[in-house]
Design a protein around this ligand. Sequence first.
Ligand code: N01
Length: 546
Amino acid sequence: MQEEFRDDAVQYFDAIVVGAGLAGICAVYKLREMGVSVRALEAGGGVGGTWYHNRYPGARCDIESLDYSYSFSNELQQEWHWSERYAGQPEILRYINHVADRFDLRKDIQLNTRVTQARFDETRERWVFSTDTGETFSAKYAVMATGVLSVAQVPSMKGLEDFKGEWFHTGDWPRQEVQVQGKRVGVIGTGSSATQLIPLVAKNAGHLYVFQRTPNYTMPAQNHSMKPEVEKEWKANYPERRKFAWASGFGHNQVSNHLSGKEMSPDERLAELENRWQLGGLYMMRAFKDILIDPEVNEAAAEFVRDKIRSTVHDKATAEALAPRNLYIGTKRLCSGTNYYETFNRENVSLVNVQEKPIDCVTAHGLRLAGGKEYELDILIFATGFDAMTGAMNKINPVGRNGLPLRQAWAAGPRTYLGLCVAGFPNMFVITGPGSPSVFSNMVTSIEQHVEWIANCISHMRSQGLSAIEPTAQAQDEWTDHVTDAASKTLYAQSRNSWFHGANIPGKPVVFMPYVGGVGNYYRKITQVAESGYVGFNLSTARMPS
Ligand code: N01
């Protein structure tokens, strides 16, 4: 065989994994286990991805800890002790670091290294990566573990550069503690991050102003210390628990009610909603099988939550302002928090409606709304979300076959086959990409499913001497149509003003990005079919030694 030319200035691996969050760590573990030489390139100063950057006060997962963890090692899941039902960010970050150490993964992870370019070299059928450290890497496989909520979105606001106080984004929170004691703090946004942060900031701030544009529904998390009997039961039954999660719609062990809200009497419906409220967090979305399909059933749940808001918040006008209208519950990601609505009963908290009078600009000393009213602030917190699902990939903008940049391929919205691969981008795998269940699931389950698929695919390619794999345009088109079609049968299609649709980013195509069909069932079957015989893919045999 012909000897491949190797450039000393280039570092060669079988696979480059971009990102060392939960997905990247899992990919490094799995690929290394099968003898693939791998290097993960991570922009952050530590492993953890989302959990490294989102260290704002109150950051916490809303999937139960025992579920939101890797299943790939029984020893790991047996030995790790979660201290709370829903783990907070520091504990999840400790867990990820523990995994990196326990499996000796750090030697294959390069921190403080941002991938600035990725290009498919068609002659060699290899990916070439450039980084902000000035290095070049070459790899047969590009595994994009870039995260779905990893590009923080600071809305463009006039005057921000003139602000004399400090400002932060929840998704890019500093490592040192932010001192809010006695200060005038403004929070822009009332999504998941804000609803977790607000109660904790309110406890210490001199005064907290919450600038709300669209109220969302916030469930009580009902978090508590881990109950020893619960942990014991899980650890005794982990294989069954994981199996259940993998076969379920959402990738976890939350039990769904399989009845339609319409099959229940008003009293039964109310009892079920109360039960879900007490269970807390995302359990509400499993109250009825048609909660995201039938407007009437959805409205019953929405009104139930509005009543809870009214009975919690003392000031009537504030309660009404916090109660969402014309928004199907769950079609903007449901929030889960602790004492969120109660916080608005505090003397030092004010809700400011910026729907009627939007924020006009940032001034040297605070925020000015349209109409001229100004709020003086020492600290401004943007809880304004992310360029979700496509942001990180588009930022790298990989260049595939025929010089096609991803941004061009996705100009009208992301197109993938199964959320895993993109036509024209051979040997590039996206973990939990658009078109996969990802954000509608327990992310760890979806990550493990994708990593397993990728590992099996690479193993198949190696055993068959294949040099490149990519989906056919037809398979990708059919899958993308199916993703859209599945969403069109739900209430998501009628609530387009969310990051699920990319609507929070000016100029981004408004297209529903995740797959609502669930992790188990059809998606599992179709990914398995795709794996057995690689239906829907073009495969090529080696032109060059790899
Ligand atoms: O961001 P968001 P997030 N002027 O996009 C407002 C996951 N997550 O960081 O709705 C005024 O949900 C915006 O208002 P509007 C979870 O998947 C999970 O909170 O566009 N307001 C909205 O209120 C979540 O969904 C966990 O009108 C502006 C807010 O900012 C996802 O991350 C915890 C504005 C943004 O809400 C993102 O959540 C945290 C402007 N110019 C996050 N621009 C858990 O596991 C934006 N807004 C619990």
